[in-house]
Design a protein around this ligand. Structure first.
Ligand SMILES: NC(=O)c1ccc[n+]([C@@H]2O[C@H](COP(=O)([O-])OP(=O)(O)OC[C@H]3O[C@@H](n4cnc5c(N)ncnc54)[C@H](O)[C@@H]3O)[C@@H](O)[C@H]2O)c1
Length: 254
């Protein structure tokens, strides 16, 4: 039996594994789904954007589930259908929504809707697939947080609080589930050029002000998530537990 060192790039092989990916229709989730498929994983792609899922399916042969991740009835349907044909080895929760609003302007409805997607849905998708993975003897879960869960970002306190919650949830689940072979980790992206930040382009100078914080001198792009996700979900990352992999061009370091 070859060691992982002897396998080299083969340590990232996901052949025979099934990955459930939320937010797979666009941006970071889409790139991470494509990368896992390229390493051999079968992808169950979840999103409310049917057209985005269809284009992903055309590219990588993923199975599409169109719905709202905040709807736990939809979650139950996805769990039933994806686990009926075998084991789900990987859960990547990338679906998330922004709330770029000062605390003084934020309504209870906006707060609840954002928390419902960014925190509550992640908790309950982790719960359902964690239950499945514990019964199956193991698995890997990655939740997408944000650098905003680590440092405060201007003008979006509720969003930053939601991402801090994702980080602590991931660490707490990692602590509880690693005895069952389920590894939970988080990725914290920095500013990344996806539809998620489209509205920032409308405010003159906003992108430039952000770039001034990034030592790498550019925004992130979806391809920057490829190495991090493959490390965290493959055998190459088998001893990485409860970590937050920050992928931000150095913003939070300097
Ligand atoms: N782009 C950035 O600058 C950035 C930075 C830090 C963290 N993030 C996080 O990365 C994750 C992915 O963001 P992205 O940049 O790929 O954004 P994106 O807008 O390109 O993709 C997000 C996807 O999630 C889906 N989605 C959102 N809410 C949903 C819901 N309730 N049900 C089903 N699908 C839903 C959207 O339809 C979309 O396809 C998010 O959690 C976001 O908070 C993004």
């Amino acid at each position: 039996m070859a060691t992982l060192a002897e396998k080299g790039a083969g340590a990232f092989d996901l052949t025979g594994r099934t990955a459930v990916v939320t937010g797979a229709a666009s941006g970071l989730g889409r790139a991470m789904a494509i990368a896992m498929a390229a390493c051999g994983a079968r992808i169950a792609a979840i999103d409310r954007d049917a057209a985005g899922l269809a284009s992903l399916a055309a590219a990588i042969g993923s199975e599409s589930f169109v719905g709202d991740v905040a709807d736990l009835g939809f979650r139950d349907e996805v769990v039933a259908r994806t686990t009926a044909s075998g084991r789900v080895d990987i859960l990547l929760c990338s679906a998330g929504v922004a709330l770029r609003k000062d605390a003084l302007e934020t309504t209870p409805e906006e707060f609840d809707a954002m928390m419902g997607v960014n925190v509550r849905s992640i908790f309950f998708w982790n719960q359902a697939f964690g239950r499945h993975m514990i019964a199956a003897g193991g698995g890997a879960i990655v939740n997408v947080a944000s650098q905003g869960g680590i440092i405060p970002l201007e003008g979006r306190p509720a969003y930053c609080a939601s991402k801090a919650a994702v980080i602590q949830l991931s660490k707490s689940l990692a602590r509880d589930w690693i005895p069952h072979g389920v590894r939970v980790n988080a990725i914290a992206p920095g500013l990344s050029d996806t539809p998620f930040i489209a509205s920032m382009h409308d405010v003159p100078g906003r992108i430039e002000r952000a770039l001034a914080h990034i030592p790498a001198g550019r925004m992130g792009v979806p391809d920057d998530m490829v190495g991090p996700i493959l490390l965290l979900v493959s055998d190459a990352g088998r001893y990485i537990i409860g970590q937050v992999l920050v992928v931000d061009g150095g913003w939070t370091v300097f």
